[in-house]
Design a protein around this ligand. Structure first.
Ligand code: NAD
Ligand code: MG
Length: 333
């Protein structure tokens, strides 16, 4: 494992030349503000009249169209949604400086060949391992979120060092920047969100809820057990792994965990996880997702409606309304 910190970064490599941040969403806003506060010259490129144009201006940043933003920029960061990146790239590629670094926070488009960069450009990945809000709030507290770094194309000979300077500017070197490849970052990121974090976790919760409700228990009680209390466990795992969880849950819960957990997530579940990984590695998942996008996302919308129409969502909404410490559901729209 190769890990970089502040002592390895040379911010001067990017000093005094424009850094263009394309897209002002979760990551875009955090990167732009952190780089600016680190003393870099930042411009934001987003759609004219779009919802985030004003927000970036209110945050005190210079905002332009993506084409104008990339003019003479030493580094251009593509922080629009992954499947929007190819269109934005096509729109700006003719306007990039001949020695520009193009940077991504997720390797999807480069790894799966959705973007093919001209040979004169450096192509770098700096992927914070956390959402944009955390990247910003940690930076403001003098800390940072760990990042991954990778180089796909090194035209200048300085691609890695410039990527590290960027990672330092967003606060990543304070927490540590870990060397990876576009392939490793892309495939593990997709696998994690599909099999464990988003896909796996929500299916586990919903199937557990259904099991209790179908057995005649009250949906409200099932909601508390299967969805609400998950946070408690996830927080313990996040803070101190399984050791911390076992330290704070009861002995009965620990025994039940050890005898019943492997009955639910067994070797056959692991074999299916491997299938999911194979689809990612062979590009099947990427191909399907790109095609779904081109078709206007009909299946995406159908499956989303099905998830959001589930009883656990209705029950949860009314229960959460009584928990004053939670953000209101309407805040999340
Ligand atoms: P987001 O959806 O929060 O924001 C995207 C921004 O791009 C929005 O401001 C949107 O208005 C703008 N945009 C959309 N279409 C545009 C266009 N045609 N031209 C200009 N601007 C346009 O996206 P995000 O979650 O910040 O993701 C950005 C990148 O960061 C992705 O590659 C993603 O995989 C990666 N990433 C995200 C996270 C995360 O937690 N959100 C974590 C690590 C990496
Ligand atoms: Mg799901």
């Amino acid at each position: 494992m190769k890990l970089y910190d502040e002592s390895h970064a040379n911010p001067e490599l990017l000093r005094g030349r424009r850094i263009a941040i394309l897209g002002y969403g979760s990551q875009g806003r955090a990167h732009a503000l952190n780089l600016r506060d680190s003393g870099h010259e930042v411009v934001v490129g987003t759609r004219e009249g779009g919802p985030t144009w004003q927000q970036a201006q209110q945050d005190g940043l210079t905002v332009m169209t993506p084409r104008d933003a990339v003019q003479d920029a030493a580094l251009v960061s593509f922080l629009v949604p992954d499947l929007t990146q190819p269109a934005v790239f096509s729109d700006v590629v003719e306007h990039l400086a001949s020695d520009a670094v193009i940077l991504f926070a997720h390797g999807f488009c480069i790894h799966f060949g959705e973007i093919e960069a001209p040979e004169n450009l450096d192509v770098v990945l700096v992927a914070p391992k956390g959402p944009g809000g955390l990247v910003r709030s940690q930076y403001e507290e003098g800390a940072g979120v760990p990042c991954l770094i990778a180089v796909h194309q090194d035209a200048s000979g300085d691609a890695h060092a410039k990527g590290l300077a960027y990672a330092q500017g967003i606060g990543g070197c304070r927490a540590g920047v870990l060397e990876t490849t576009f392939r490793e970052e892309t495939e593990t990121d997709l696998f994690g969100e599909q099999a464990v974090l988003c896909g796996g976790a929500t299916e586990l919760v919903v199937r557990g809820f259904e099991t209790l409700v179908e057995a005649g228990y009250q949906p409200e009680v099932a909601y508390f057990e299967c969805m609400h209390e998950l946070k408690l466990i996830v927080d313990l795992l996040h803070e101190g792994g399984m050791a911390r969880m076992y330290k704070y849950i009861s002995e009965t819960a620990s025994y039940g965990d050890m005898v019943s957990g492997p009955r639910v997530v067994d070797a056959s579940a692991k074999a299916r996880m491997r299938d999911v990984l194979t689809d990612i590695q062979e590009g099947t998942f990427a191909k399907n997702w790109v095609a779904e996008n081109k078709a206007g996302k009909p299946e995406y919308q159908r499956m989303m409606n099905e998830d959001l129409g589930h009883q656990i969502e209705t029950v949860g909404k009314s229960l959460r309304a009584r928990m004053s410490w939670l953000p209101s559901d309407s805040d999340e729209a």
